[in-house]
Design a protein around this ligand. Structure first.
Ligand code: ATP
Ligand code: MG
Length: 606
């Protein structure tokens, strides 16, 4: 439920429908309870509020009638509890505009004190936006004892207006605040603080004489109305303007301090090819108002998760006017350590213009990130995540944000997330991609060899990219030569490296993350001849019971070194199988391998 008292009293049901609150005294009673939410009010005090010194004989029974009527319209008797000390209204902090206002005001003032002016301005503006009028419980006659609390809130509002003006001046918005300051000063001519800000704004706009005139007028008004002289702050501003104090100059960074919507997406691949169904699905998910805000793309190393995510993010960027944030979490980059959540949060906060010191405590930094993203239309791409623990603190809570995560591992422990599993690329798409990368002429000149290269790269765009890089480096090299080299299984992984990119290195990151048992299983699978693997075969190979083996295989599938097919059957990508065999040759003794090979042969020819 939504209780609003900053302005005329208003109560709305969870779905936004306004609730009729009944007679005037009944509304005063609800107002009194809201101003004292969570505190017990003795019924005697309520009688005083409603009827003053001389209550009629029916007052007490009328009070009960009002209470039960209120319970009824609020939909739950437990909203207004009767205890030995009186009645208590129960409401969650987020349900009452006052609590939200006080919270935002406090955050804003703290940010202002810390010099985080843009954050301050954002909070203070939102705090003021909660007011629907100038007075608390506007239009409702309140007894004097309740007026005190209302007046406190109204004073707090005035101080928030003041702080917001200060933040805007500090952000170099003197020209923009001028009209507001003039209007406020006209309404409140004795307010010296407003006059001081008005003088500063005029001075910064190059209107020095007018700034000095404001001082003279203030002086006369104060003398005429109160018979006093201007206070020290106003006098000091006057002196500083007379002396052209350099410290009064507009903030130097005024122009650059404007918050631009971050647009951090990496460049989209010009050669992006295929994946039509996945693109349609992701676009729909990211642009619909559906309840799922977090989407993941998982799949094997080098299969094209990041490329797809970046491509789609660019397509839907227009729907996120508050910005597109990008963080490479380096969950699987050869020779790089995964980014820790604290480091990632620090980056995200800076991207959002929060340049204050980032809290060392991850929870606190994450909370600040959630505040800054609240209500914003932001797209966040968390690329190459290592696991769920790494991304969990980085998720905005606001339903207006959308998050796209790529990871090799399936992030099943994240709540309320939609998963997309990205599989191998179709052979025709691989061929088309090769054409785009090396030029159509070379592909059409040797169609047969081009198709062989596409096939030997086994649906892995990373591999085709590397093969293409090698062909581009040697324009005279016939495609047939590369196809022949790739056809030799023992050479294939070595052929698939160019500059700093290598299929082997890309696989190695996942392999290095395995524990001893899992990595032994993986190596053994490389000794099997084909891509199809049954639990029975794997168990025989490892010399272990089937149940245990199934667990090992599932763990390998989790990190995408294996693909789970129908029950009890798995597949290993060709290039991964070659990699596994290579690891076995490097790491396992000849005896081990020979024995395993014997067991594997027995399987094939029992
Ligand atoms: N659909 C595509 N069209 C063109 N190029 C692609 C496509 N998909 C991937 N690539 C290219 O293939 C290479 C590997 O892709 P990408 O980095 O997206 O893989 P990944 O699945 O994110 O790998 P990792 O698990 O290592 O993060 C990149 O150079 C990328 O540009
Ligand atoms: Mg990636």
């Amino acid at each position: 439920m939504d209780f609003k008292i900053l302005g005329p009293i208003e109560v709305r049901a969870a779905h936004g429908k306004p609730i009729a609150l009944g007679r005037r005294k009944q509304r005063v009673l609800l107002a009194a309870l809201l101003l004292n939410v969570g505190r017990a009010i003795p019924s005697q005090r309520m009688l005083d509020w409603l009827w003053g010194e001389r209550p009629p004989a029916t007052a007490e029974s009328n009070l009960y009638t009002y209470i039960s009527a209120l319970r009824r319209v609020l939909g739950a008797p437990s909203r207004i509890e009767a205890g030995s000390n009186g009645y208590v209204l129960r409401a969650a902090p987020g349900e009452i505009d006052v609590t939200r206002f006080e919270e935002l005001a406090e955050q804003g003032r703290r940010a202002l004190a810390e010099g985080r002016n843009d954050v301050a301005l954002e909070r203070l503006t939102r705090a003021l936006g909660l007011w629907r009028g100038e007075a608390v419980l506007e239009g409702l006659p309140l007894p004097a004892s309740l007026r005190g609390e209302a007046a406190r809130l109204e004073r707090l509002r005035a101080s928030v207006v003041d702080a917001a003006l200060e933040a805007r001046l500090a952000l170099g918005q003197h020209a923009e605040v001028l009209a507001d300051l003039e209007a406020l000063t006209r309404r409140d001519p004795l307010n010296e603080r407003l006059r001081t800000q008005l003088m500063l704004a005029l001075y910064r706009c190059g209107r020095r004489a007018e700034a000095l005139a404001v001082y003279q007028e203030a002086r006369e008004t104060l003398a005429a109305e109160l018979g006093v002289d201007p206070g020290p702050d106003l006098n000091r501003m006057h002196q500083r303007i007379l002396a052209d104090d350099p410290a009064l100059a507009p903030p130097r960074t005024a122009a650059t301090r404007r918050i631009f919507a971050p647009a951090e997406l990496p460049i989209d691949s010009a050669a992006f090819t295929g994946r039509a169904a996945e693109i349609t699905r992701l676009r729909a998910a990211l642009t619909s108002a559906g309840p799922v805000a977090v989407h993941t793309i998982t799949g094997a190393a080098g299969i094209g998760k990041s490329a797809l995510a970046v491509h789609v993010a660019h397509q839907v960027a227009g729907g996120f006017p508050d910005g597109r944030l990008y963080v490479n979490l380096h969950g699987a980059t050869p020779d790089a350590r995964p980014l820790n959540p604290a480091g990632a949060l620090a980056r995200l906060l800076r991207s959002l213009g929060d340049d204050a010191a980032v809290p060392a405590d991850v929870d606190e930094a994450a909370a600040r990130f959630r505040s800054l993203t609240d209500g914003k239309h932001l797209l966040l791409l968390l690329d190459n995540a290592r696991d769920a623990a790494q991304v969990r603190p980085l998720l905005p809570a606001s339903p207006t944000c959308r998050v796209l995560i790529t990871a090799r591992r399936t992030l099943t422990s994240l709540d309320a997330v939609a998963h997309l599993r990205l599989g191998a690329m179709a052979e025709d798409e691989m061929l088309a991609l090769l054409g785009r990368l090396v030029g159509e002429e070379r592909v059409t000149a040797e169609p047969w060899a081009a198709r062989a290269i596409a096939r030997l790269c086994g649906g892995l765009p990373l591999a085709i990219g590397i093969a293409a890089a090698r062909l581009i480096a040697r324009p005279g090299l016939p495609l047939r030569v590369l196809a022949d080299r790739l056809a030799v299984e023992d050479h294939r992984l070595s052929e698939l490296q160019a500059d700093d990119r290598a299929v082997r290195a890309c696989f190695m990151v996942s392999y290095r993350g395995l524990d001893a048992e899992d990595s032994r299983m993986f190596r053994l699978l490389g000794l099997l001849g084909g891509a199809d693997i049954s639990v029975t075969a794997a168990a025989a190979l490892a010399g272990r019971p089937e149940e245990q083996t199934a667990v090992l295989l599932d763990r390998l599938a989790d990190v995408q070194l294996l693909e789970a097919r129908e029950a009890d059957r798995y597949r290993m990508h060709d290039l991964l199988r070659l990699f596994a065999r290579e690891r076995a040759e490097q790491e396992d003794g000849e005896d081990d391998r020979a024995q395993a090979a014997r067991r594997a042969r027995l399987l094939r020819n029992p």
